[in-house]
Write a new protein. Structure first.
Lengths: 109, 126
């Protein structure tokens, strides 16, 4: 199996997982966005929220990194520049969710 | 041949129709959504700093602009969800006919607006 096929399969699996997680997050976001500190803290520290939110950001960054790299593939001509852009993108897609997960699991009421 | 992959034609050369509009909007909302999710990650990080710092965010979301931002987030996510479902059906081999593709494209546009009104309207304005 060539790399482009693997990438396409990963993209499709992650999008199928991400859709219900986005729906879940959207319904919760509109119900807690203007609540006070303690209520928002309670939302993020409760289970299964913690677990679902972790899955949401992992799959969101995974899916976004793959799909944005497709945009780079389509529109960046210079090979070296494309490689740098892809490396920065993948680094960003690892560091942000990883540090958020670490902070999330440090949060307590 | 030096460059194996030809670049995609840039969007200015296309005649606009529903499919191209949905395609470019899908990419734009995808990028906007990851920026939004990154801001949400910073929001979670801010919770660690305690109640005093959090009041600023709470006050921001109580303003009309704050509510407008939330409505924008709901629309952008809704659009991406519906467009992604359309892609999943294509991947399963359904909906390629021009007429069906135009109808599902319109469903994505109007469906995202209806979803935004249903989700955001109920929680933000009622």
């Amino acid at each position: 199996m060539i790399n482009a096929t693997k990438k396409w399969i990963f993209l499709k699996i992650s999008s199928a997982i991400l859709v219900p997680l986005m729906v879940w997050f959207l319904f919760n976001l509109v119900s807690f966005y203007d609540k006070d500190y303690n209520e928002v803290l309670l939302f993020f520290t409760n289970q299964p929220t913690k677990f679902l939110f972790s899955l949401f950001i992992i799959f969101a960054y995974f899916y976004s990194a793959l799909s944005i790299s497709e945009v780079f593939e389509d529109y960046i001509e210079h090979e070296k520049l494309k490689n740098i852009a892809n490396k920065l993108l993948y680094l960003f897609a690892i560091i942000i969710p990883l540090s958020t997960l670490l902070l999330l699991y440090k949060l307590s009421i | 041949m030096k460059d194996k992959n030809p670049l995609s034609p840039h969007i200015q050369i296309y005649n606009w129709h529903i499919s191209s509009l949905i395609s470019i909007s899908h990419r734009i909302t995808g990028i906007i959504n990851i920026i939004i999710i990154t801001l949400i990650c910073f929001w979670v990080a801010l919770l660690l700093l305690g109640n005093t710092n959090y009041e600023l965010i709470q006050k921001f979301f109580e303003t009309y602009f704050g509510k407008f931002v939330i409505v924008g987030i709901v629309w952008s996510f809704s659009f991406q969800i519906l467009s992604e479902i359309r892609h999943i059906f294509w991947d399963l081999g359904f909906g390629f006919e021009l007429k069906t593709s135009n109808i599902t494209g319109l469903l994505v546009i109007f469906g995202s607006l209806v979803l935004t009104i249903l989700i955001a309207g109920k929680n933000l304005f009622l």
